[in-house]
Design a protein around this ligand. Structure first.
Ligand SMILES: [Zn+2]
Length: 315
């Protein structure tokens, strides 16, 4: 019999050495986990099938990319991001034993970005509009809206990272090259998200300063204000740019910076006149041009230059 606290201490607080369990993980899953967790250790959690399979429906709804929340003792105490899910009764038995019905915690989750919290259940219920009696135990599956609210409140990193690559050319991928692709992971009972634990994979690049920053410090900004956009423009992938919250996002949105045809970064005279803004630009905007400019994006940048970019009156 394993209690939740011991399970927590054994495989969350002390991440599991994956190499010690390659025999039960199998080469494919072991390889995937090694990619997701370059340190070789992963926080693991499991859910048992429960009496009469009571937990199964809930357990299989938890997917890679989900935020996972743990609560108990009248508070939400832990969050993490589900990087991989798999079913492995043998490994669960080795790690945690079995319950009084001889069920193992076989629905398993590898988590990254694990963080501790102290959010009282009362506050959580109020935020999510839950009835006073509603409670959650251990790993809980929340709706998208609930998850988004908590992500905002606790300032969690976004579960799906931004695509850091501007789209250099628009030729569709060669479909023939896909014939040797990996078999469907879902059918193998294993699902994996593209979310690595270490910094390099979890960072993205600001389109203007081009600094590598944690994905949560970047925001997707519209180039042309949504207020002025047609429906089509609003949904266009050409009208967005990831900009850092350290300064570039605000400076661009407020017209202190703009992008010229070809991608040169333009600095407003109002920026250079202000010593603090000038200093930010001098320190951080070391590249003269953004790789995000394309002919398709130019109309959006042009709108921004003409309407928003701050220029002094000309004689
Ligand atoms: Zn930036």
């Amino acid at each position: 019999m394993t209690d939740v606290h011991k399970m927590y201490a054994d495989t969350i607080a002390t991440p599991v050495d994956l190499a010690a369990h390659t025999d039960l993980l199998g080469p494919r899953l072991a390889g995937q986990l090694r990619c997701l967790f370059p340190s070789g250790r992963a926080a693991l959690w499991g859910v048992s099938r429960g009496r009469n399979d009571a937990n199964v429906k809930k357990a299989v709804r938890i997917e890679p990319g989900n935020q996972a929340f743990f609560s108990g003792d009248r508070k939400l105490y832990l969050s993490g991001q589900v990087a991989a899910t798999f079913r492995n009764p043998q490994l669960a038995r080795r790690l945690w034993g079995a319950d009084t019905d001889d069920n193992t915690w076989e629905f398993m989750y590898a988590l990254n970005g694990v963080r501790q919290h102290h959010l009282p259940m009362d506050e959580l219920r109020e935020l999510l509009g839950w009835k006073p009696a509603r409670n959650v135990q251990n790993l809980t599956h929340l709706s998208e809206v609930e998850s988004a609210l908590l992500t905002e409140l606790l300032q969690l990193d976004p579960p799906i990272r931004l695509d850091p690559e501007p789209v250099p050319d628009r030729t569709p991928p060669d479909t023939d090259a896909d014939t040797h692709s990996e078999p469907d992971l879902a059918s193998a009972g294993t699902r994996v998200a593209d979310m690595r634990e270490d910094v390099p994979a979890r960072t993205s690049t600001c389109a203007l300063c081009q600094l590598q920053l944690p994905a949560g410090v970047l925001r997707v900004h519209a180039v042309k204000s949504h207020l002025a956009c047609s429906q089509e423009e609003r949904e266009s992938p050409d009208n967005v740019m990831p900009l850092c919250a350290l300064g570039c996002g605000e400076l661009f949105t407020q017209g202190y910076l703009a992008v010229a045809p070809g991608g040169d970064i333009q600095v407003s005279p109002y920026t250079t006149k202000n010593p603090i803004l000038a200093d930010y630009v001098r320190r951080n905007l070391t590249a003269p041009r953004t790789p995000w400019w394309t002919p398709e994006r130019e109309p959006f940048y042009a709108w921004h230059r003409e309407r928003v970019f701050r220029l002094p009156p000309t004689a």
